[in-house]
Design a protein around this ligand. Structure first.
Ligand code: M6R
Length: 602
């Protein structure tokens, strides 16, 4: 989810690459860098800085003779946002510079090979220039060296390299986008067309496995064969292009979920061994004596925490509490040494959550942050951090980060359960297998968008909307209602399905659609009784259902079977429902009134 730019042509490369980085910066990055080739000597010079592109601009020369350069804006996944971790990364001899998107899953194995190489960053990226360097030393030409290096990488990634001996740009795409722009003044390479849309609309999209060599011309190799690249013209304006052709960031981010979730779990699942590889170092003595996990969070993150708490209780057999962060106190009767307090926060900057985690720290509890933002305030205040790797989320309404939070917290639950000896290998393997299937299941739901859009149009003008669910479907009912009220301004409430009859049923009429989540892990058989109660009062029922859970329902939104994670997948229907109701009403979806993406006041 970082941004890659590259340029080769007749004009000065530095301003073009910097302009590309500025065009990508709307995604909210944390460090940036460029590498320039000297046209006389072929030497590569690199400049990089943590912070915004402005900081990099201050560090680069006013003018440079270079006609070939690469650049990068980083959204950190491996290593904090420091100068050293910023891209481009180099080999030991300054012959190779690489900018990279995505995750190299086997980077630890590759780093361990070392072969006399010196690594200067914490990143997964740095293995790439060293692999290329080794192939060059073995006598490969630059294109063969890049191909050989990429053959050794696993994961989803795209990279662009400057390599001594090739006067141009070399690039590889593998499950992460890369596009070539054919300008009058030269050729551009980027992870996203917005980088160069002000220069050219004529583009070639690379496909997975493609290797591109760009110098005076453009060569593309697929399966070892040279192919004729196809060129197309982009019709979008710059604003639409930033949103990938969607009308709103929220819509784009809903659709990014399969890719984001693949990134969340990338390199972290050991399905056969029933274990996970996450960046946690909680001492085993602490886990053995653990009596309680406390979750603290706000808004959507609070609902993700509710889902996670149930996973921890079910899988790790440990007592949990989930507290709205602004209501948190480290209350009596608890032993701080036997408590783990987990802050769930996308931004890592929410004041209420920070205040709760400070209270836990003060009491002496062990603290952990689950966040999307490396280097955020919360990561500096806790003992451990685990990153959800969802990439930047711009829409105020959280969507892909909810899915990535729950998925990451599922990994944490497995980590704790396995180390406490309370979770069997078989059970852990089943959950991890389900987790592996979630991105595909989410895609299946996204593929049915036209159906939920039609349902949204039919019910958009209702008096109010009630979301119901039990167990794992309960947090999803709460989240579904929050999403709808946040962006459509309609009255929406989420209830534990069994609670309806204890009061809220009085509000149910034929003009209050009830949106039910009927999933495995969501006690669907019981929720069906509650559905009958509302149907008897004339309420229309729209149900997200898996397997045979949705028989006798009029409006059925199918959910693939992924065990305890089905409710997480069902939530995508409610995201799309909220989006289309709000779009139908012409609401300012990405910036709803009175709300901010990051709430830094208590
Ligand atoms: O950055 P955080 O996850 O700490 O933010 C917490 C809430 O402010 C946030 O989830 C909010 O509820 C969302 N805008 C809801 O879509």
């Amino acid at each position: 989810m970082c941004g890659i730019t590259g340029y080769i042509g007749d004009d000065e490369a530095l301003p073009r690459v910097l302009s590309g980085l500025r065009n990508l910066e709307y995604r909210g990055y944390d460090s940036a860098g460029v590498a320039l080739v000297d046209p006389a000597s072929g030497a590569i010079t690199t400049y990089k800085r943590s912070g915004e592109v402005d900081a990099l601009v201050d560090a680069t020369p006013e003018q440079s003779p270079s006609r070939c350069a690469i650049g990068h804006t980083r959204w950190s996944t491996h290593g904090p946002p420091t100068d050293e971790n910023a891209h481009p990364h180099a080999d030991c001899h300054g012959r190779v510079a690489v900018v990279h998107n995505g995750i190299i899953e086997n980077y630890e194995t590759l780093r361990a090979e070392r072969d006399g190489c010196t690594f200067t960053s914490d990143t997964d990226t740095e293995v790439i220039p060293h692999l290329i360097e080794k192939r060059l030393a073995a006598g490969d030409d630059p294109i063969t060296a890049v191909r050989a290096a990429s053959d050794r990488l696993t994961g989803s990634f795209a990279f662009c390299a400057l390599v001594d001996g090739f006067a141009g740009l070399l690039a590889v795409r593998n499950d992460s986008p890369l596009v070539i722009g054919h300008g009058d003044d030269g050729t551009y390479l980027a992870s996203d067309v917005t980088a160069f849309l002000d220069r050219t609309r004529s583009v070639t999209y690379l496909e997975d496995g493609d290797i591109a060599a760009v110098d005076d011309g453009v060569s593309v190799y697929r399966n070892g064969e040279s192919i004729e690249p196809t060129t197309e013209t982009i019709e979008w304006d710059a604003d639409a292009a930033e949103k990938g052709g969607y009308d709103h960031y929220m819509h784009k981010e809903i659709h990014e979920q399969p890719q984001a979730l693949r990134q969340t779990i990338s390199g972290r699942l050991d399905i056969d061994g029933g274990d996970v590889d996450i960046e946690l170092s909680i001492p085993s003595a602490h886990l053995d004596s653990l009596e309680e996990i406390q979750f603290v969070a706000c808004g959507t993150s609070y609902y993700a925490a509710l889902y996670a708490a149930r996973l921890c209780e079910t899988l790790a057999d440990v007592r949990t509490t989930v507290t709205i962060a602004s209501e948190y106190d480290f209350e009596g009767g608890r032993d701080p040494w036997r408590t783990l307090t987990i802050a769930v926060t996308q931004s890592g900057e929410t004041a209420d959550t920070l205040s709760a985690i400070r209270a836990a720290n003060q009491a002496g509890a062990r603290t952990l942050a689950v966040t999307n933002t490396l280097g955020s305030t919360v990561t500096r205040e806790v003992d451990d951090s685990v990153f959800i790797r969802a990439g930047p989320e711009i829409g105020v309404a959280a969507t892909k980060t909810f899915a990535a939070q729950v998925s990451t917290l599922a990994l944490v639950a497995v980590y704790i359960g396995r180390r406490r000896g309370t979770l069997s290998t078989a059970r852990a393997s089943t959950l991890l297998e389900n987790l592996r299937e979630v991105p595909g299941a989410v895609q299946q739901v996204l593929d049915t968008e036209a159906d939920i859009e039609a349902i949204a149009a039919e019910y958009a003008d209702s008096d109010a909307f009630f979301f119901i669910g039990r167990a794992f479907a309960h947090p999803v009912a709460l989240e579904g209602a929050l999403k709808l009220k946040e962006i459509s301004y309609d009255h929406a409430e989420g209830f534990a399905a069994g609670e309806l009859k204890h009061g809220p049923l009085a509000l149910v009429t034929e003009d209050t659609p009830v949106l039910a989540t009927l999933t495995n892990g969501g006690r669907a058989e019981k929720t069906r009784n509650n559905i009958k109660e509302v149907q008897a009062r004339g309420a229309p029922v729209i149900a997200a259902t898996s397997g045979a859970n949705g028989t006798h329902i009029d409006e059925r939104c199918p959910v693939p079977d992924v065990g305890l994670l089905e409710s997480l997948v069902a939530n995508v229907h409610w995201q799309l429902f909220a989006y289309h109701v709000a779009a139908h009403k012409g609401r300012p979806i990405d910036k709803p009134r009175n709300l901010a993406k990051s709430v830094t006041v208590e």
